[in-house]
Design a protein around this ligand. Structure first.
Ligand code: GLY
Length: 561
């Protein structure tokens, strides 16, 4: 670490002298923000052992699969956005895929889609991609051997960690479903079928053994040898359609990031099959027509403008967005002229009706190439990583393949399983996001990196289904328009509108005056205790130090070296 640090600092100083100014091109030291202190510590340990921000992110992801396994893990998927020291950004798509035997009607029974089938059990499970994405990121851009990142996580699984209130609450909400699957009950429940009490240690010996096998045999254990045969047998015994060959055929994709600007800042987001990068850019483009920075951050006027922009973006999401390997996603969705036309429909101070999606320019010509957790890392060499990972809802499909400790996702529910049938997040979709063999379900995950004049300033992302898009937009507005620090931006009250259902989710931290003002403008308001969980890291320009921010709504942690 010391030699690396010396070289990196020398590089920074040379660049400063060359530029004749004191604006650092990256920070000094290292930073990480995750939703769990053990994951943040694992990431920081990786950097102290000579790893970079990519190694740190991979260590965090693998550790979160142990200590936060109801949100993410190697049985799920992830999107990794990696900014390299030369400023180029890689987008690694480790999203789950529908098995080869999946069909558009697989959830329809007696003419009606049964969401219990897409949300729980064998048919809910997509072919997982997170492990291949982590391994690939580490091999291509990291410095440490993969085993040095996965073995410490295996030790935590083997030795156990203390169940806190937050973990207990989430686990308790899934107990009845976990009981239905022997492999899951064996890992997570006591002999009497309850989740272990707050303060007890959760030991995951099978997961530790799986991680150790991967450390020894490489990811081939997961994608090409023992694990696929176990999955195949379990699926056949439980009416599932995933087969050994689905895991053997799985490949991550390297995507072209979505690039846009907002008030002179460069925004880089994740492209389809995430809807996040597209709609964060689209909403911000629309908002550039309004001088939000001059409005009262605790008032209702700017909230209404953002809500109207969200409504239009989510209406477009429901119609246009899907896996770009299967459907054409128009680039015009982030066209500035299109954003101006959407902005011109917005009437300040009044709710306006958005009956359906609209059509961006060159919709058939310019096309995108084709419960969750977010973590961010950065280092002094200039690597910045923003990663959002998920098994979808709490403990995904609730299935653990017996003897492996691996929680399997229920990402198939992120497809539009039948026109007009909302998914677990109330989202509607169109044919663009129907189930097809080998297709990736549409996501809202929005890892985002923001730079100005070539200097990366902050990265942010969130957990919470479609509210992820709103959380990222709000953090960017808070920082750029209202001048908040990342800590203030992450802590600030949030709201969300996703077109259908036609209502604003408004955190109770907003005053009653704001709620009443919005209601008077014609909106239906649902007051909620909290919306989502965001993490962010930033570069402080005055002293070149990194800053990390974990959402106060969760028990996360940020560490700075
Ligand atoms: N599973 C939530 C998402 O990908 O948006």
């Amino acid at each position: 670490m010391e030699t690396t640090r010396f070289l990196a600092l020398t590089g920074v100083l040379i660049r400063l002298i060359t530029l004749g100014c004191f604006i650092p091109l990256t920070g000094f030291g290292a930073v990480v923000a995750t939703v769990h202190p053990l994951a943040s510590q694992a990431a920081m340990n990786a950097m102290k052992q000579g790893g970079n921000a990519v190694d740190a992110a991979v260590a965090a992801g693998l550790t979160l699969g142990v200590v936060d396994g109801f949100n993410s893990g190697i049985g799920g998927g992830c999107f990794l956005l990696i900014r390299q020291p030369d400023g180029s950004v890689k987008a690694i798509d480790g999203r789950e895929k529908a098995p080869a035997l999946a069909t558009a009607s697989m959830y329809v029974r007696n003419g009606k889609a049964d969401t219990s089938l897409s949300q729980k059990g064998a048919l809910a499970i997509g072919v997982p991609g997170a492990l291949m994405a982590y391994e690939s990121a580490n091999r291509l851009y990291g410095r440490l051997p993969f085993k040095d990142l996965i073995l410490p996580a295996a030790s935590i699984a083997a030795e156990g960690f203390t169940v806190d209130e937050a973990y207990y609450r989430r686990a308790a909400s899934a107990v009845e479903s976990l009981r239905e699957f022997a492999g899951s009950a064996a890992v997570f429940l006591t002999d009497s079928g309850a989740f272990p009490a707050v303060g007890s240690r959760l030991v995951q010996s099978d997961l530790a053994a799986s991680y150790r096998r991967i450390a020894g045999q490489g990811i081939n254990w997961f994608y090409g040898s023992r694990f696929p045969t176990l999955v195949d047998q379990w699926m056949k015994d439980h009416g599932g359609v995933m087969r050994q060959y689905d895991l053997e055929a799985y490949q991550i994709e390297n995507r072209k990031p979505v690039k846009s600007t907002y008030r002179g800042y460069d925004i880089v987001g994740f492209p389809p099959p995430s809807s996040g990068g597209v709609h964060v850019a689209q909403i911000l483009n629309v908002l550039e027509s309004f001088e939000i920075g001059k409005m009262d951050p605790s008032g209702a006027a700017w909230v209404q403008l953002v809500v109207e922009s969200m409504k239009r973006a989510f209406a477009d999401r429901a119609f246009w967005l899907g896996d770009p390997d299967f459907v054409d996603v128009p680039e015009g969705l982030i066209d500035r002229g299109y954003a101006r036309s959407l902005a011109s429909q917005i009437i300040p101070g009044r709710s306006s009706s958005v009956p359906s999606h609209q059509t961006p320019p060159e919709a058939n010509e310019r096309l995108f190439e084709k419960h969750t957790t977010h973590f961010s890392t950065a280092d002094e060499e200039g690597f910045w990583v923003a990663c959002t990972a998920t098994v979808n809802t709490t403990y995904g499909s609730k299935v653990v393949i017996p003897g492996t400790g691996i929680v399997m996702n229920n990402e198939m529910d992120d497809f539009s399983i039948q026109p007009g049938v909302p998914n677990a997040f109330g989202l509607l979709g169109s044919a663009a996001n129907k189930v097809e063999a080998g297709k990736r379900p549409l996501s809202s995950m929005s890892p985002t990196i923001v730079s100005k004049d070539g200097v990366p300033l902050f990265s942010v992302g969130a957990a919470g289904g479609p509210t992820i898009i709103s959380q990222v937009v709000l953090a960017i507005i808070r920082i750029i328009d209202f001048g908040d620090s990342i800590e203030q931006a992450i802590a600030a009250p949030r709201f969300h509108h996703q077109w259908r259902p036609d209502r604003i989710l408004l955190e109770r931290a907003f005053s009653d005056d704001v709620a009443q003002a919005l209601a008077a403008m014609g909106y239906t308001i649902n007051r909620v205790a909290s919306i989502g969980v965001s993490q962010a890291v930033s570069l402080r320009l005055d002293d070149g130090r990194f800053v990390g921010a974990a959402d106060p709504r969760a028990n996360g942690s940020s560490l700075v070296d």
